[in-house]
Each structure stands twice: as structure tokens, then as C-alpha cells.
Design a binder for this molecule. Sequence first.
Ligand code: IDP
Ligand code: MG
Length: 203
Amino acid sequence: MKNYDLKQEQTLVIVKPDGVQRDLVGEVIKRYEQCGLKLVGLKMVIPTKDMALKHYSIDPEWAIKSGTKTFESYKAKGLPLPGKDPVEFAEGIRRKLPDFMSSGPVVSMVWQGMGAVSIVRKITGSTEPLTSLPGTIRGDYTIDSYTAADTDSRAVRNIIHSSGSVDEANKEIAIWFDKKEILSYRLVSEEIIYDVNLDGILE
Ligand code: IDP
Ligand code: MG
């Protein structure tokens, strides 16, 4: 595609400690790779609690959005709400996330391509595995729920983190990767996805 800058969009994916322990690293890489996105950064780290807290503090609206999503899910199931105020409830979750994220190694990745943020969110699935659609990573590979996690006062174990917006992605990538760790290179397959002319195939 001529002058098509959107193919440069990047997003952060983290295989969380539960995903590594469940032997799912290869499977999740395969899914993002096979959809046509390009892997431009990859490493295994044991996050510090500070890194995890920084990561989940990037979006000033996070507690409102996440708490509201949880409360809506309880309402949709006809369950009593887990607290009085969604923001206060989400702030409690934010305090638990560093324990979860620093409990073992994670695999952090930067994926690049047209609409990378949205494409990765689609393949990842919605936050609560109980209601994530089959065919998504969270829907296919795990069974956790808000009620199970909230009863045990812990974060939902849902295998993957993926950025929620382009702005969030850029800020998150800066936490997990140095600029020099993100590679710039061409893939042969990009010609089929983006090029205007398909004139290099036939001999
Ligand atoms: P996302 O990971 O799908 O973007 P967010 O709302 O940003 O979802 O929440 C970040 C993470 O916090 C989730 O992936 C999950 O691990 C945890 N989490 C979110 N809401 C709850 C909750 O209501 N109870 C327990 N853990 C939660
Ligand atoms: Mg999020």
C-alpha cells in the first residue's frame, strides 16, 4: 500500500505469569503471528511490583472504566455487586495487580501492523475468561471469572495483557522496552498484505 502509515501501529502484549505457567507462550505467539502482524520486540522478564504498578497507572481513567466493566458484568449475571463504588473497587484491584504480575516470569512483546491495537484485542478476547468468546485466547485457554477472583481477593488470571488504545500502547511500550530493543525490518509476507501490486508472484 502506497504511503500507508497505519501499518506502523504498534501494541504491547504481555503473556502474564499464568500464561507462562500454563505453557501457552508458543500458542499465543502463533495466534498473533498468523493473523499477519509482525513481531518487532520480544523478551522474558520478571516484572518488579513498581513496573507493574506503573503499567496499570498509565491511563487516568482506568479505574472508572475497569470498575464499571466489572459492575456491569455482575449486573448482567444478576449477581450482587462486589462493592459500593466501581472506582474504589477498581483501585483495590490495582493494588493486587503488582502481586500477580511479579509472581513469575512474563513474556513481553511488541506487535506491529495495520490496526495492531484492535486486532490484538480481538484475538485476546474480553477481560473475564468466563464470558470471553470461544476462538479468543482468553475464551479458549482459561476459565477464571470476576466472582472467583473477587471471592479470593485477587486479580483475574486471564493469560494476556494487551494495550487498550494506541496512546496506551505507546506509553506501555516505553515502560517495557528500550527504543533499541524494538527492531525495524521487512517481512516478505508484508508484500501480500500491504502492496498495491501483486506483480512479484508469477515467474
Ligand atoms: P484488560 O486486561 O482486559 O484490558 P482491565 O480492565 O484493564 O482489563 O484490567 C486489567 C486487569 O486487571 C485484568 O486483565 C485482570 O487481570 C484484572 N481485573 C480487572 N477487573 C477485575 C476485577 O473485577 N476483579 C479482579 N481482577 C480484575
Ligand atoms: Mg486494560
